[in-house]
Design a protein around this ligand. Structure first.
Ligand code: GDP
Ligand code: MG
Ligand code: K
Length: 297
């Protein structure tokens, strides 16, 4: 490792839909964080690793900070808050096309309890005129002493390199935590489960998203080279099971097809994806079930 190599951890926070996963995906160049138009699709910490010749940043995509409504919500918030005190810098993403709202104010109040330096990332600049930017920046600056303010477009990639340079300045000298070619420390199984969940969120209506979890029960390479994956989709009610399966199984088939195509891209291998739908009543409020589903470390 070169002398003077820097490394550290950077948390990406922001209310739902500001573009945290999009930014992380752009930085690590692979689909590791689930993306969806619906809020709060990111439940677990996802590490994305960005490595150059001189530095390594390990990114944490924290679940949305919000007022908890169930034990799962509580857990998500603890993860987010715990993370913020451990990292070298925080990227606070906001959506410039929507501007300062209650969600951002709530997060800023929480940031005041944390000592870690905060970089304000003004995302989605492709959606506003340049002259609209300054008044929005002023609104945020008045509320908190951000150490940097960086306007970007995560979707188009604009100024993401500048953001990475700025973030690197907050790292100390340190080791390479992950091999240079590794972009996530989560097992492939986790990413596969997230891809299945993403397809469900994209193909169903509002009542489904917060009541599902996906686990990979089995994943193995068969003799013929095919990767066999067995996944279970947990829902809370029979009616939700019906929705996900669809008429004559049509929706489940579509979910499976789209997920399989993404998983094949990810693994670089042909796959057979088997999907099961199970009803687990009120799983969001049962500690043990949450543990079973991998929400506790
Ligand atoms: P998260 O909930 O914060 O992780 O947000 P996502 O990364 O899932 O993004 C939410 C939505 O915003 C998606 O439809 C993205 O394509 C979109 N989005 C993210 N970044 C940008 C951006 O820079 N410009 C525009 N126009 N859309 C973006
Ligand atoms: Mg996300
Ligand atoms: K702070």
């Amino acid at each position: 490792m070169p002398k003077g190599f820097k490394s550290g951890f950077v948390a990406i926070i922001g209310r739902p839909n500001v573009g945290k996963s999009t930014l992380l995906n752009r930085v690590v160049g692979q689909k590791v964080a689930i993306m969806s138009d619906k809020p709060q699709t990111t439940r677990n910490k996802i590490h994305g690793v960005y490595t150059t010749d001189t530095a390594q940043i390990v990114f944490l995509d924290t679940p949305g900070i919000h007022k908890p409504q169930s034990k799962l919500g509580n857990y998500m918030m603890q993860v987010a808050e715990g993370t913020l005190n451990e990292v070298d810098a925080i990227l606070f993403l906001v959506d410039v096309s929507e501007g300062l709202g209650g969600g951002d104010r709530y997060i800023i109040e929480r940031l005041k309890q944390v000592k870690t330096p905060v970089i304000l990332v003004m995302n989605k600049i492709d959606k506003v005129q340049p002259e609209e930017l300054l008044p929005i920046i002023v609104q945020y600056k008045d509320l908190y002493p951000f150490t940097e303010i960086v306007p970007i477009s995560a979707k188009q990639g604009t100024s993401v390199n500048i953001l990475l340079e700025q973030a690197t300045r907050y790292l100390d000298e340190g080791p390479m935590y992950y091999p240079a070619d590794q972009v996530t420390d989560h097992p492939e199984q986790f990413v596969c489960a997230e891809l299945v969940r993403e397809k469900i969120l994209n193909l169903t209506r509002e009542e489904i998203p917060h009541s599902i979890a996906v686990t990979i029960e089995d994943m193995k390479v068969q003799d013929n080279g095919l990767v066999h994956i067995s996944a279970v989709i947990f829902v809370e009610r029979d009616s939700q099971k019906g929705i996900i399966i669809g008429k004559n199984g049509a929706l489940l088939k579509e979910i499976g097809k789209l997920a399989r195509l993404d998983i094949e891209k990810l693994l670089g291998n042909k796959c057979f994806l088997e999907l099961w739908v199970k009803v687990k009543k009120d799983w969001r409020n049962q500690d043990r079930v949450l543990k079973d589903l991998g929400f506790r470390h």
